[in-house]
Design a protein around this ligand. Structure first.
Ligand code: HEC
Ligand code: HEC
Length: 338
């Protein structure tokens, strides 16, 4: 008799668990695929196909401070791959120690390949287009296209590597340099226990993480934070109430007031939060989201549950070996910190 009851309750808990997995999928949450070939299909772009030669070169350029005017700032300065793919600052700091003039924080580059658009206002269509921006932006790397092309072509190892990646007649121009960095960024994908769960491993999430997932779905968070990135599309901010730090910086979204929904992957590693970095803790960000986006009061307990779920999005980072960069030559432009 006891055995039967136990069996019965085990069955009940199994079917409940299975339905939570289904509920998550129905809510639009999508796993990073387990198989390498399925993943490659998702992250690749036929206009700039991923190859080992390109990603290796793109990695060097991602870490290359001499692309910047000062010779001090690389993509990795603000999108530090060792610290969650961002810089931990409320507003980014670039050339001449200047803060981002709109008080915008650096979003993570991990999993950015899954975003529908790039930048807080979605103004770049993909990673390749995006990469052209920061190198020239005065408060970021403050370079010119000529500086960048001259720098790269001044070092024979780069020239050799471009030929290997694109063919021996390939021209090294600004667009191709940005394309190569974008190619590397496409590989910055971080599968997490949440993916293992959605891919069918019931035990990949703890009980508490499952409870948090349920709260996340029930509260309506997944209406915007969905898809593979749990974000990456555009939406309004301040739907039911005004964001309490809306006036820090002058950022108001795109022409229609739409703002990029940030990914929630590796979110425990990318404080502070929101476009202007004014929310210090994940818990406060969750509660503020409930208030301004859903008109819902999220209790401390519910916020803690959601935070526990979000920890299951801490992903396994790809191994990125710090590249040794070629030595400068007489033709390499001088560093200029002015
Ligand atoms: C000085 C700091 C800084 C540097 C250097 C920098 N970025 Fe950024 N990055 C930012 C900021 C700030 C934003 C958001 C700006 C905006 O939305 O207008 C951003 C946005 C992005 C995004 C969009 C992500 C998203 O969620 O929409 C990507 C991708 C990115 N940067 C990659 C790069 C690459 C590649 C380089 C090097 C070529 C680079 N960044 C250099 C600060 C920096
Ligand atoms: C209507 C769409 C929408 C809903 C619903 C929504 N969010 Fe957001 N979320 C956004 C947008 C857009 C931002 C960016 C806000 C900004 O930077 O000004 C954001 C930002 C965040 C951030 C900060 C991320 C970062 O990197 O700075 C977290 C955390 C977050 N949301 C969690 C949640 C949780 C948890 C819920 C449910 C309680 C939720 N969101 C509901 C659209 C939404």
């Amino acid at each position: 008799m006891i055995k039967k009851i136990l069996l019965g309750s085990a069955l009940v808990s199994v079917s409940m668990a299975a339905s939570l997995m289904q509920e998550a999928k129905n809510a639009g949450l999508v796993a990073i695929p387990e198989s390498d070939s399925a993943l490659l299909k998702l992250i690749d772009d036929p206009r700039n196909p991923i190859t080992k030669e390109k990603t290796e070169l793109g990695k060097m350029l991602f870490f290359e401070p001499r692309l910047s005017k000062s010779g001090l700032i690389s993509c990795n300065t603000c999108h530090n791959l060792a610290t969650g793919g961002d810089d931990g600052l409320a507003a980014a700091v670039g050339h001449k120690w200047r803060q981002n003039p709109h008080h915008l924080g650096s979003p993570t580059v991990y999993n950015a390949v899954f975003f529908e658009k790039q930048f807080w206002d979605g103004r770049a269509a993909d990673l390749e287009a995006q990469a052209q921006g920061p190198i020239l932006a005065a408060p970021e790397m403050a370079a010119t296209k000529e500086h960048v092309v001259k720098t790269v072509t001044s070092m024979p190892e780069y020239v050799k590597r471009f030929k290997k990646a694109y063919g021996k007649d390939a021209k090294i121009d600004y667009k191709r340099i940005a394309d190569t960095i974008g190619n590397f960024e496409r590989t910055l994908v971080t599968p997490a226990p949440f993916d293992d769960y959605l891919n069918g491993n019931e035990d990949a999430l703890s009980k508490a993480q499952k409870r948090g997932l349920k709260t996340f779905i029930d509260k309506g968070c997944a209406t915007c934070h969905n898809g593979i990135a749990l974000g990456g599309s555009m939406n309004m901010v301040g739907i039911s109430a005004k964001y309490k730090y809306a006036d820090v910086g002058d950022f108001k979204g795109d022409a229609n007031g739409m703002v990029k929904v940030p990914t929630l992957r590796n979110i425990t590693q990318t404080a502070p939060y929101f476009h202007n970095g004014m929310m210090q803790t994940l818990k406060s960000a969750i509660i503020e989201m409930g208030r301004i986006q859903l008109g819902a009061k999220i209790s401390d307990k519910e916020a803690a549950e959601i935070e526990t779920f979000l920890s299951s999005l801490d992903g396994r980072k790809p191994v990125v070996t710090y590249p040794v960069l070629p030595a400068e030559t007489k033709a390499t432009p001088k560093q200029n910190i002015k």
